[in-house]
Write a protein that binds this ligand. Structure first.
Ligand code: DQA
Length: 142
């Protein structure tokens, strides 16, 4: 069975409370339940990690490779736009990473248009809401 890491960065633990006009009213637990259901339908295994700390996210990417997972669905959140460390971590591993953003970062402030991590990811999905995570998982599961 293929195995994937669903990795979420800073402030995404506040989904549901945080700027619902931008990120929706559903919580991280609800997002994870949706992904679990999709994983069951696809016949793949998923594990979840959310952290507000850059180094923890770097470690999670390394561990995914060390554990021989098959790919990562990654929303680096604000670190998307700033983190050379996360970009280097993605480049350092062989497994495919699909970057996901709930909102369309290209229709928002200019500082969100640049994605340091997306440039080294297999693909970037932005603006499909929670559906983006499911689309990324379906792609990686193939
Ligand atoms: C986000 C977009 C980022 O610009 C922002 O910093 C986030 C969430 C998204 O999912 O739309 O925290 O990654």
């Amino acid at each position: 069975m293929k195995r994937f890491l669903i990795l979420n960065g800073p402030n995404l633990n506040r989904l549901g409370k945080r700027e619902p006009g931008t990120y929706g009213a559903q919580t991280l637990a609800e997002l994870e339940a949706m992904i679990r259901a999709e994983a069951a339908a696809l016949g793949v295994d998923v594990r979840f990690c959310q952290s507000n700390h850059e180094g923890v996210l770097v470690d999670a990417i390394h561990e995914a490779e060390d554990d021989a997972l098959d790919g990562i669905v990654f929303n680096p959140a604000a670190y998307t736009h700033t983190s050379v460390a996360l970009r280097d971590a993605i480049s350092a591993v062989k497994l495919p990473v699909v970057e996901v953003h709930i909102s369309n970062v290209h229709s928002r402030e200019e500082f969100r248009h640049r994605t340091l991590t997306g440039a080294v990811s297999r693909a970037v999905i932005s603006g499909l809401g929670f559906e983006g995570y499911l689309a990324a998982l379906r792609f990686l599961a193939k």
